[in-house]
Design a protein around this ligand. Structure first.
Ligand code: SOE
Length: 409
């Protein structure tokens, strides 16, 4: 087993004075690894946390690359084998930022070793894996008090958190429509290489698991209910793609090498659904919406009003109060930057705005609080499993040409 390498990173001094440390070990250091690093590095500097996150160890297979990533992102030491990371006594929490095909194995081993776990979305590549992970998390909580959370970070945009609060307060009344799309366009180029995100055995599914998982989770979180069933269509528009030139984060379009291979995941998924209380929902997840870079858009329509949000303008929430006289009613913009808005107490003065990265800071903050209080964090693995069941129902429905497919409990 390789010895952990030490470096003079800024976090090496350890925890904030007077606070117990929460020593984090992270597996993976590409896009999501960078985003989670930002969260762990910043949360304790912006919010007054009960535990002080320490960036103890970063793990990746390539020793030189993981060392460089650790230096860039502020991790004190590195490992090249995730099993060695999990075996370390100085790691309290394992953060999994790898492709979906390794989530289950790493999470199960980490829980068995007595660690808390944060796992990137989607929780797993299959319902069976997600069931096993959920059972393990529940047992680990019952027997060892360990906690496990899934990284659905868009719950932690201040505007979506405010939207949830407003729905729960009844500001929209009974909901009729839930309309959510997640639009990106990075696959429109047919020469974009076949990275791991386009291979079923690595990613589980395509746009469905990557983008659809986010919007299913967010919709259910905002409505406060589960989807009862779905009718779906999926499509793979470009079936052959060039092989990638080398390792990639899955999103970077590096030069391809000779030869092509078959895309084994969906490029787009479109589905409708029904909430138990009767609201109708529609979802669209695609990587082919030319001009849309990261457009997670949602609109909720209720008897008393509507809410609208667009991730590309994430400091804004639009609200229409249908109880106002029509003569001066209309959608008005709430600039979600006030200190009383969710997560804003630690940040900038009103109007100065937050971005994508802050959702990961909020995620770290919420998980630290849950660990300190010994309560199951949200979204729990059980919630991640339920999203996985929705994704499986979408695939089943699409295979049967859109037959309505109920979602098992
Ligand atoms: C790629 O489509 C991706 O990075 C997702 O994997 C993330 O979860 C999402 O936040 C942004 O887009």
């Amino acid at each position: 087993m390789e010895q952990p390498q030490q470096s003079a990173g800024p976090e090496e001094a350890g925890a904030e004075a007077g606070k117990p440390p929460l020593r984090v070990g992270m597996v993976g250091y590409a896009f999501m690894g960078a985003a989670h690093s930002q969260g762990w590095r910043t949360a304790g500097r912006v919010f007054d946390l009960p535990l002080s996150p320490v960036l103890t160890a970063l793990c990746g297979r390539d020793a030189a690359a993981v060392r460089a990533a650790a230096d860039r992102h502020g991790w004190a030491t590195t490992e090249t084998d995730w099993r060695a990371l999990i075996a370390r006594d100085d790691v309290d929490l394992v953060d999994i930022c790898t492709p979906g095909d390794s989530h289950a194995e790493i999470a199960l081993a980490a829980l068995a070793a007595g660690k808390h776990v944060l796992c990137e979305k989607p929780l797993a590549n299959t319902v069976e894996e997600a069931e096993t992970m959920t059972r393990a998390a529940e047992t680990a909580f019952a027997t060892g008090g360990q906690l496990a959370m899934v990284g659905f970070n868009y719950r932690r945009v201040p505007a979506t958190a405010l939207a949830r609060r407003m729905v729960a307060e009844g500001r929209l009344g009974r909901l009729r429509h839930v309309r959510v799309t997640y639009l990106q366009d990075w696959l429109n180029d047919p020469e974009f290489p076949l990275t791991w995100r386009l291979r079923k055995e690595r990613a589980g599914s395509g746009s469905l698991g990557d983008l659809g998982a986010h919007i299913v989770d967010l919709a259910q979180h905002l409505v406060g209910e589960r989807l009862a069933g779905v009718s779906a269509l999926t499509e793979t528009f470009v079936r052959q793609r060039p092989l990638p030139g080398g390792p990639s984060s899955g999103l970077a379009a590096g030069a391809g090498r000779a030869g092509t291979a078959t895309v084994t995941v969906d490029d787009a998924a479109v589905f409708t659904g029904r909430f138990a209380s009767g609201a109708l929902a529609s979802f669209e997840a695609t990587r082919y919406a030319t001009g849309r870079k990261n457009a997670l858009r949602l609109e909720l329509n209720g008897e008393r009003g509507s809410l609208a949000f667009d991730l590309e303008r994430l400091n804004e929430l639009w609200f229409h109060d249908a109880t106002e006289p029509a003569v001066h009613a209309g959608f008005r913009r709430i600039l979600v930057t006030e200190p009383d808005h969710p997560y804003l107490e630690g940040w900038w003065p009103p109007g100065h705005g937050l971005g994508y990265e802050h959702t990961f800071v909020h995620q770290a903050r919420d998980l630290v609080h849950a660990i300190a209080e010994g309560r199951v964090p949200q979204p729990s693995f059980a919630e991640g499993l339920q999203v996985q069941r929705v994704l499986a129902a979408v695939e089943e429905s699409a295979e049967k040409n859109s037959v309505y497919t109920p979602i098992a409990d």
